[in-house]
Design a protein around this ligand. Sequence first.
Ligand code: HSE
Length: 317
Amino acid sequence: MTTDTLRIGIAGLGTVGGGVVKILQSNADLITARSGRKIEVVAVSARDKSRDRGFSTDGLRWFDDARDLAADSEIDVVLEMIGGSEGIARDVCEKALSTGKHVVTANKALIAHHGKALAALAAGNNLTLAFEAAVAGGIPVIKTLREGMAANRFFHISGILNGTCNYILTTMEKTGQDFADVLKEAQEKGYAEADPTFDVDGIDTAHKLAIMAGLAFGHAPNMDELPVEGIRSITFDDIRYANELGYRIKLLGVTRMADGHVQQAVYPCMVAKESPLGSVDDAFNAVQLEGDFVGRIFLEGAGAGEGPTASSVVADL
Ligand code: HSE
């Protein structure tokens, strides 16, 4: 066992960044035993230094500008927990990878739009770019795709990939509440994006689907050829009628290889109530993957929220 401590810098102390600090504090002994070295947060950067986050940042180096944290020579791994496909999040990843640091990110928009270039930058500098938390929160779907199912050709992947939409659809079904009221609850619970239109208009699902399709079919994630429809126009009556016919309405991301072409799309679907995808409630996500030798694999778990998403980030560490 090497005794060198792995020094972490966290850019962004929102829901996920804060969750990472809490896991690393609570499970420090276990994580050290499993990884063979101490993992220690040494530096952080966020917009508001004085905010009460439920943990202390005393003793950690504070950076007002996350780009400076990314460039710091006393950090081994940068966690990019800011979000957004451009601007500071992208700058932080590029700066870290160009100055010798590994990067772990939960940023699906960034990976969907710039994953190929960032992966090339990482590989060129012999560094790792890891993004398990970018797809389906706490479900280890990236590791399943890249490692567990690595021997297979993929035929078909479909999934419920947005916790906010699934929470809205299942809560509307259970309570008859309006779309807007339930969206507010999802925001309060920390599931929704800073801009919730990304959730309800299907864009967040599209980012996650494009990442999975890229890994499964060996091409750069392609957002330009991905038709997207969200759940904004779904009414309680739609949900009720679907229910009477034995279906639930779910926002699905679907990709398949057909005649040598990758097809991918995001849309609300009627899914049989008793099917595995039809039984996934609340903010849970699920992914169904089909490989030529292993057959069908179904993964279900928490797709959003502090603990589950931070769990995937720490797994990458
Ligand atoms: N806003 C996302 C969701 C968070 O609701 O699923 C996790 O990516």
